[in-house]
Design a protein. Structure first.
Length: 301
């Protein structure tokens, strides 16, 4: 009887899936086969809003009446439509009830990633979760590399051109120049003048101001995902006009005015007569000469 019991037990263990084998006091064998699949309670990913630089961890909370033998993460993306299977690791709890994790590597910006979890228990029962997804966003703000103005020391004759080099991992969609004069703040839209929206130069022009006016300004930039960056604040004081204007946008300086000729001081000579006076004086002397000559010719006769 014992030999038959042992042989039956061995055959059951070899040719049936993992099960619960019971034997009563009389030696009869009672086999209960596990047909219940694992339960996937919850599936989530971190970070919640991944960027194109993020390694995304996918977690699954799985339990089983017997024990979970493995969990598989299946995923693909917009740019990589082929399904990829990644073995998950038990990171918390036990095989009977625990949390499993696997990692999805960084994906391209604007990609949508779809994933689901397969769970298998020791009796080869399987369970699969619903599909989950996330979209890869750019969470990095633009970089305002430099801000320069021309001319550096403006005069009242100069328009001031402000140029900013701005880069972004996606693309810059808006750049604005803010400036403050006498306590009031204004803004001017900047235009992309060279390069491209991911790496380019943006320009705007500040108007002319009176001498001694202090102008402060800064640049604000946004990318296509509404990430923003603000430059440091710069300032200049409009100097008095002179010495060529400092260059840039103001045009050539007008010649200085000719100073008036001062009148002669008393006792220092006479003013030079004009041409009319000279002509009248010459005519007078000519008439006198003719009169004198005529008078002399009469005497001689």
């Amino acid at each position: 009887m014992n030999r038959v019991f042992l042989l039956t037990l061995i055959l059951l263990l070899v040719f049936t899936p993992p099960s619960v084998v019971l034997a009563d006091e009389g030696g009869d064998i009672d086999v209960v086969v596990d047909h219940t699949p694992p339960t996937i309670h919850d599936v989530w990913h971190e970070p919640e809003t991944p960027s194109h630089l993020s390694y995304v961890k996918v977690y699954a909370n799985v339990s089983d009446d017997n024990r979970v033998s493995e969990c598989i993460l299946e995923w693909n993306s917009t740019s990589s439509p082929s399904l990829t299977n990644t073995t998950m690791s038990l990171c918390e709890g036990t095989n009977a009830s625990g949390i499993w994790v696997a990692t999805i590597p960084p994906q391209d910006m604007n990609d949508t990633v779809w994933y689901r979890v397969f769970a298998r228990d020791a009796a080869n029962n399987t369970q699969v979760s619903s599909w989950y997804n996330y979209t890869v966003f750019d969470t990095t703000p633009p970089s305002i590399v430099s801000v320069v103005r021309d001319p550096l020391s403006p005069t009242p004759m100069d328009d001031v051109v402000v140029s900013a080099k701005i880069t972004d991992e996606s693309m810059v969609v808006n750049a604005t120049l803010f400036y403050t004069v006498n306590g009031k703040t204004y803004n001017v839209s900047m235009q992309l003048t060279s390069g491209n929206a991911s790496d380019g130069y943006w320009q705007a022009t500040l108007p002319r101001f009176r001498a001694r006016t202090v102008v402060t300004y800064y640049v604000l930039a946004y990318d296509m995902y509404n990430n923003s960056a603000t430059s440091e604040t710069y300032s200049y004081k409009v100097r008095y006009h002179g010495g060529g204007g400092g260059g840039g946008g103001g045009g050539p300086s007008p010649p200085p005015p000719t100073p008036p000729t001062p009148p002669p001081e008393e006792g220092q000579g006479y003013a030079i007569p004009n041409m009319r006076e000279i002509a009248l004086l010459s005519l007078f002397f000519l008439v006198m000469l003719l009169v004198f000559a005529r008078s002399r010719s009469r005497r001689t006769a």
